[in-house]
Design a protein around this ligand. Structure first.
Ligand code: GLC
Length: 543
């Protein structure tokens, strides 16, 4: 599949569509919405883990990589889902969580009995003076090592204690994981998303303190491990994306440049930290648009000049909703959502749409801690309170940063529970579902949904979008971002105002293009070229 002209849609299964009224989304729910996805024009569907799991991290703690969690359905339903998508010309990407398993996986259970073969599937170490081997912290708050009294050893978990890290140095582990890929490949999936893949290769020595992932990212053997996994399983012809935590451009070029035989593309998250104060997710700050521009410029231009390929996106199940974050939920809701879509979909890379983004779903608007579900934010709520924040302050941080903001039920229509379930949803529905929902968006020709359809189509129609080179342009205004795409004599210029004021571009080279180019698509619906930009205007000009 040509992933350069493709668009991927991400489904967070638990919150997408519930077919049986238990309040939890499921495979049959996804099946019922395939025609909707087809009508959007997407090519690939990434579905988050639906494998048997104790669900401590909503399925990113896998207990059996070859099964289907009964909460979500059966293997027959899974196979039918793949076949039905294929019949509609779409393919699935399944989510492989290979940095760690659940502590309920049989490998870990065997390890806990002291079986040396299986202990070597994980990272067990002796303590130091009765303490953990290092002072590393895990990503969900608290230490990264857990003590097992019966073994007298500590095991590493970069995430929750119930997510022990696998030992990729052990060739048997790598073989086991390849078998899992072959299993799902055999079921006909078109690709894979690999969870936190750049953390798999751990350092030779365990020392130091602070966030454990800092010692593991883009580790010493990561490229050879990935290449071996990809070539041995024959998935180079499929679409593969690695989730790369705190990575760098150089490694992402290696991960994704075709001659290295690793992956089709990489996710990185630097652009989603421009509103973290002191790089701390749990400290609020207004977005730094200069930084946003610099990050996009560097990643886009450098990946392009070395043949790397980015997955481009604003939203996923770990992020707050972009319209609430870099747009305007209120007065400029529609327009800012369209501007943000324009910016990302016309970049060089493969765009990913997270369920609900295409209708401008917002943050959750939860007001009490009881409404939250995610292990990470429940832990950090306590950490914030222990650190001296008041409840109100801590809730304000969560309202902006909690992963649950992206996990509220998909808003299908204006009926109770937004048409997501006939039962009680596992997490509350966002209060605005009566106005922000798919049914209403379908009926309005000017909706965000129809605009996303056009963006997806444009990538297929214009080589300059799928294939073109990229260069960022100076606009003279920090929150107005602009870039050009160039391919075979054609130039596309994209100018996006991330601010709520009208702006006029007075950089002559750019102003001239805006005055003379023809408008390909615009978040304001404008048709007449001009160097003036309305609030949250995102317009693409073609010459
Ligand atoms: C990835 C997933 C996230 C999960 C974590 C641990 O970042 O996207 O949801 O919690 O890995 O598996």
């Amino acid at each position: 599949m040509d992933f350069k002209s493709s668009t991927v849609y991400q489904i967070y299964i638990k919150s997408f569509c519930d077919s049986d009224g238990d309040g939890i989304g499921d495979l049959n729910g996804i099946r019922s919405k395939l025609p909707y996805l087809k009508s959007l024009g997407v090519d690939l569907i990434w579905v988050t883990p639906f494998f048997p799991s104790p669900m401590v991290d909503n399925g990113y703690d896998v207990a059996d990589y070859r099964g289907v969690n009964p909460q979500f359905g059966t293997m027959e339903e899974c196979e039918a889902m793949i076949a039905e998508a294929e019949a509609l010309g779409m393919g699935f990407m399944f989510d492989m969580v290979f940095n760690h398993t659940s502590d309920e996986h049989e490998w870990f259970r065997k390890a806990l009995t002291g079986d040396p073969e299986y202990m070597d599937y994980y990272i067990f170490r002796d303590g130091k003076d009765g303490q953990a081997p290092t002072d590393w912290t895990c990503s969900f708050g608290g230490p990264a090592w857990e003590y097992v009294p019966s073994l007298g050893k500590w095991y590493l978990h970069l995430f929750d204690p119930k997510q022990p890290d696998l030992n990729w140095e052990n060739p048997r582990v790598r073989e086991e994981l390849k078998e899992i890929i072959r299993f799902w490949k055999g079921k006909g999936v078109r690709g894979f998303r690999f969870d936190v893949l750049n953390l798999i290769s751990k350092p030779a020595e365990f020392t130091g303190g602070g966030p454990g992932h800092r010692y593991c990212r883009d580790g010493r053997h990561v490229h050879e491990f990935i290449r071996e996994m990809v070539t041995d399983t024959g998935i180079e012809s499929l679409v593969t994306v690695g989730e790369m935590a705190s990575t760098n451009i150089k490694d992402c070029i290696r991960y994704s440049a075709p001659e290295n035989h690793e992956l089709s593309m990489c996710f990185n998250f630097h652009h989603l930290k421009v509103d973290y104060k002191d790089n701390n997710k749990w400290t609020l700050m207004a977005p730094d648009y200069e930084m946003l521009r610099t990050l996009f410029r560097d990643w886009q231009e450098e990946m392009a000049s070395h043949g790397g390929w980015n997955a481009v996106f604003w939203c996923n199940h770990d992020q707050p909703r972009v319209v609430s974050r870099f747009g305007d939920e209120g007065k400029y809701h529609d327009r800012s959502a369209k501007m943000l879509g324009t910016f990302v979909h016309l970049l060089r890379g493969t765009p990913y749409i997270f369920q609900g983004e295409e209708i401008g779903m917002t943050n959750a608007h939860f007001h009490s801690i009881e409404e939250y579900r995610d292990v990470e934010c429940l832990n950090y709520y306590k950490i914030l309170l222990d650190g001296g924040s008041t409840k109100e302050e801590a809730l304000e941080v969560l309202a902006n940063r909690a992963r649950d903001n992206g996990r509220t039920p998909m808003q299908w229509d204006g009926t109770p529970n937004a048409g997501f379930t006939t039962g009680t949803p596992w997490i509350g529905v966002t209060d605005n579902y009566r106005t922000i929902n798919v049914e209403a968006a379908e009926a309005d020709p000017e909706s965000i949904l129809h605009y996303y359809r056009r963006l997806i189509r444009l990538r297929k129609e214009y080589d300059v979008i799928s294939e073109g080179d990229i260069r960022f342009l100076d606009t003279g205004i920090p929150h107005v971002l602009a870039y050009e795409r160039i391919f075979e004599g054609r130039t596309l210029t994209v100018v996006c105002n991330f601010g709520s004021e009208r702006e006029v571009i007075d950089i002559p080279e750019l102003a001239e293009r805006m005055e003379n180019g023809s408008v390909l698509i615009s978040s304001t619906g404008r048709e007449i070229p001009s160097s003036g930009l309305e609030p949250y205007e995102g317009t693409a000009y073609i010459i």
